[in-house]
Design a protein around this ligand. Structure first.
Ligand SMILES: O=C(O)C(=O)CO
Length: 326
């Protein structure tokens, strides 16, 4: 009697060992072995015949990839909370289940957002460079590397979802004067922080820190552009840990260079990795981290395990533990 063949799952990046072992117990695993994002043609070549696909942003899952995979593909599990790299409608129309990893990365991403906020307002990039390059100044100049404080500032959170809220909770400990937020609807849970629901325009005008924690949709691509930067205070600090596409990067560069805003801290860019000749890298008042919002051992292990559970459930035709509802 021949045994039922095991399903095949393709993984677009390495995953923590425990999650890989869990997957290997049940499926034939194929893993992209290189330390870089796959190019679309490389994925198309890798996926024919697979039953499950485990992806990491920014690797795109679109019609062409799904066509290349074939009709036996049952489940896509993304190791992310962001879904902008997946054509959800196309998956739904083919009855391919999609799972994602909200919640388990909220704390890690909020901590990174706070870290970026503090390191930008306290000019860490210039400070680190000064130590390494012999520019360590003294108190002779009382203004040497002076930055800004969160204390008594107005914090504006654009997108008070899980990560926005967790960020605001943490920043509240720094005693800002107000916390504002904008979005489609006021959030009941935001009252716990005395956060004020305001229009996007008011948030731009009044905030000392504009902190972007949005999930991307077709309505917010390029939302931060020359117009929006002009509406911010000259002293405003712009932080983005959402996705690079919500920012027009050329306009951000101009705004920073011309002093229309004070500084920026970005964990996400377009593209990723950011090319080494990006003009943003020439500015002293920009701190950029390489999309490490969820990069803690705890978060990444939890994300990988949840993704594996999503995939195993999808392969069996069972409800996913963390499904995306289209
Ligand atoms: O989960 C996501 O969407 C991420 O960007 C991970 O950092």
């Amino acid at each position: 009697m021949s045994a039922t063949p095991r399903p095949t799952v393709f993984v677009t990046r390495g995953i923590p060992l425990r999650a890989a072992e869990l997957l290997r117990e049940h499926v034939d695993l194929r893993v992209w072995g290189q330390e870089r994002n796959m190019m679309p043609d490389e994925i198309r070549q890798a996926v024919p015949g697979i039953h499950g696909l485990l992806v990491h942003p920014p690797t795109r899952v679109d019609k062409a990839i799904l066509d290349a995979a074939g009709p036996q593909l049952k489940v896509v599990g993304t190791m992310s909370v962001g879904l902008d790299h997946i054509d959800l409608r196309e998956c739904a129309s083919r009855k391919i289940a999609v799972g994602y990893t909200p919640d388990v990365l909220t704390d890690a991403t909020a901590e990174l957002t706070v870290a970026l906020t503090l390191s930008t307002c306290r000019r860490f990039k210039e400070a680190f460079d000064a130590v390494v390059n012999g520019g360590w100044g003294t108190w002779d100049n009382a203004q040497y590397l002076c930055g800004k404080e969160v204390k008594s500032s107005v914090i504006g959170i654009v997108g008070m979802g899980r990560i926005g809220f967790a960020t605001a909770q943490r920043l509240k400990a720094f005693k800002p004067s107000r916390i504002l937020y904008s979005g489609k609807h006021p959030k009941v849970y935001a009252t716990e922080l005395d956060a004020e629901y305001v229009t996007f325009e008011d948030l731009l005008r009044e905030s000392d820190f504009v902190i972007v924690c949005l999930s991307v949709n077709s309505g917010n691509i390029g939302l931060f552009n020359a117009d929006t930067f002009k509406k911010m205070k000259k002293s405003a600090i712009f932080i983005n840990t959402s996705r690079g596409v919500v920012v027009n990067q050329n306009d951000l560069y101009e705004a920073l260079k011309l002093g229309q805003i004070y500084a920026a801290g970005l964990d996400v860019t377009t593209p990723e990795p950011l090319p080494l000749d990006s003009p943003l890298l020439t500015l002293p008042n920009v701190i950029i981290t390489p999309h490490i919002g969820s990069a803690t051992e705890r978060a990444r292990s939890a994300m990988a395990e949840l993704t594996v559970k999503n995939i195993l459930a999808g392969l069996k035709g069972e409800p996913l533990p963390s499904p995306v509802h289209v």
